[in-house]
Design a protein around this ligand. Sequence first.
Ligand SMILES: [Zn+2]
Length: 284
Amino acid sequence: MNLKCPICASPSHLDFVKHDYSIYACNNCKHQFADIPQTPRHTEQTYGDDYFFEGGSGYLDYTSEADLLIAHGARYGDLLQKYTQAGTVFDVGSAAGFVLKGLTQRGWTGQGIEPNDTMASYARQTMHMNVKTGVFEQFQTEEQFDLVTIIQVIAHFYDVRKALEVTQSLVKLDGLLLIETWDRESIPARLLGSNWYEYSPPSVVNWFSIDGLTDLVQQFGFEEIARGRPAKLVYASHAKSLVKYKLETKPAGKVLNKMLDLVPNKLRIPYPSFDLFWALYRCK
Ligand SMILES: [Zn+2]
C-alpha cells in the first residue's frame, strides 16, 4: 500500500513499525506519518483521561505541570510582542488551558478548544479560560482572531490538512499563526532513529521538519516570518533525568550532569529543547 503524503501528495513507503502502527515516509519530501483511522473517533479514543493522567506516551499528571506551562505561554506572549500587539487568540488543543492562561497574562484575550472534556472542564472551572470541548478538525465558527496558537498539537491531528483548513478560516488577514512541534531533523531524532521517543503513535501521528511544516502551511495561505527553538522552563529534577537519558554517554553530558547535581530538584531552570521548534506565520 502506498499512502499519499499529507504535505506534498507524493507516494510514500513503509519506513518502520512502532507500537503496531505503520509509519510511512514520503518518497519526495521525507515527511513521516502514521497510518491511523482518519476519523474523530481516533481523537476521542486517544485523548481519554488516561492520556493526561496515566503516563505512557502521555502525561503522569498533566495538571502538575501547570506553572511551567503557564510560564511557557507567557514567554510566547513576550516573543509575540516583537511582531504584533496583543489582541484575540484562539488556542488549539488547549488541554487544561495553561498555555492560554500564560498568553492572557501578556494581554491576549483568549479562547480555545480541547477534545478531552475533563481537561476542557478544568480549563473552564479552575483556570477560568473559555475552552470548548470538541475536535478541532470539526470546529466551525464565524469568528476570526488576530492569532491562532497550536502548541505541541499539530503532530496529533488525525487529519492535518483539514485542521489547517479550519485554522485558515480562523485567522484574520495579516493575523498570525504560532506553531510549536517536535523536529524530526533534531539531533536526538537523528541519533536515536526509530527509537526516538517522539515516535509514539497513536497519539503522535505526524513528524515534521521545520521546512516541511512551512511547505504545508504555505498551501493554506500563510508565510513564515520567524522560527526558533523554545527554551522551556523545567524542574531541575526533570532536567537531570532528561540529561541522563539523552546525553550521559557523551563527554559534555557527563560534565553537565555534574553541574546539574549541584542544582536543587525543585528549582526551575531553562532547558534547551533539542527536539522542539516554533515557527511563526502570517496570514496572506
Ligand atoms: Zn511529501
